[in-house]
Design a protein around this ligand. Sequence first.
Ligand code: BGC
Length: 351
Amino acid sequence: RKPSFFSFLVLYSLLCVLCFSMFLFYRRGCPSGSFKERQAENTKTGFFWRIKERGQKNKSPEVQVKSTAGEEPLESCPETPPGLLGPLQVEFETNRTLENVRKQAGSSLQWEGRYKPPDCISKQKVAIIIPFRNRHDHLTHWIYYLHPILQRQQLHHGVFVINQHGDGEFNKAKLMNAGHVEALKEDDYGCFIFSDVDMVPLDDRNLYRCFDRPRHFSVAVDKFNYELPYKQIFGGVTAFSKEQFLMVNGFSNTYWGWGGEDDDMYKRVMFHLKSISRPDAVIGRYKMIRHERDHHNEQNLKNVKVLYETKTGLDQDGLSSLRYSVTEITKNVLFTFITVDVHVAPGQPAG
Ligand code: BGC
């Protein structure tokens, strides 16, 4: 008699059950997941995966805890960031708005006004301090260009805009000193970069970080025909490590109105630290936003006399004698905006 279709089906099912049991038997002891998944896991976190296997044999819970793939420690960022572009095109278009720049920045900043590279650990934590009053359009351009540059430079940094309260005479140096103090209240920054709001670098190889000497970044500005107007110039964009800034006692607080505070700082640096560092004139190119001199920031000729007296006053005048009070702090994804009153009279409480 010919086997019926039914007995053929039963035989086929029995064979399937047998094959499946054999598969299960040989699979015991192997880690779960498909071969492809395991291979991927192995190349990504080979070391941890091997520990996991041994850990299972030894039944050691301690090693098993360490085996999570996400816990792999990040390495230090490379000395030269890999994504730099070199020379940059910079145009100060008038239709740019802070709101648009903020939208473009999107979620690339992990928390308010501060950035940390996601795939490596920066060697330095840098506070960028911008003395400010009524220059919102300049701030928009500055952020528009600097925000991507600093990310390409893999810089762990925070941006602090220090806004002078009121309409009184401007004191840029005091604002910078206050920025240093306020930034340190937020985090343990080891490097401080002081930047004019109208200075945009034309080359992203000009690395915003600290060096073994106080650094002058803006060595070739378009306004000065891409040359140093004089050898001792130390304005525009400068950097100090925490130690260097303390050694010179910060900026002088006594320069009201335009001019002199940077020349005073040069003298402080030469007196205490003997030299400065600079990039070359190709990398150190800057474009400055053209503008009229601000109201209550007129050139102050008295500053020439103050500058002459620097050597005698620098230990008493500076961070050690700084007086100001904070009126308001606001934060957004791009920067921390701190308004300070620098016209605090002696004897008045100050922050
Ligand atoms: C001022 C500095 C200024 C430089 C360049 C000097 O006369 O004292 O404060 O940075 O000119 O403009």
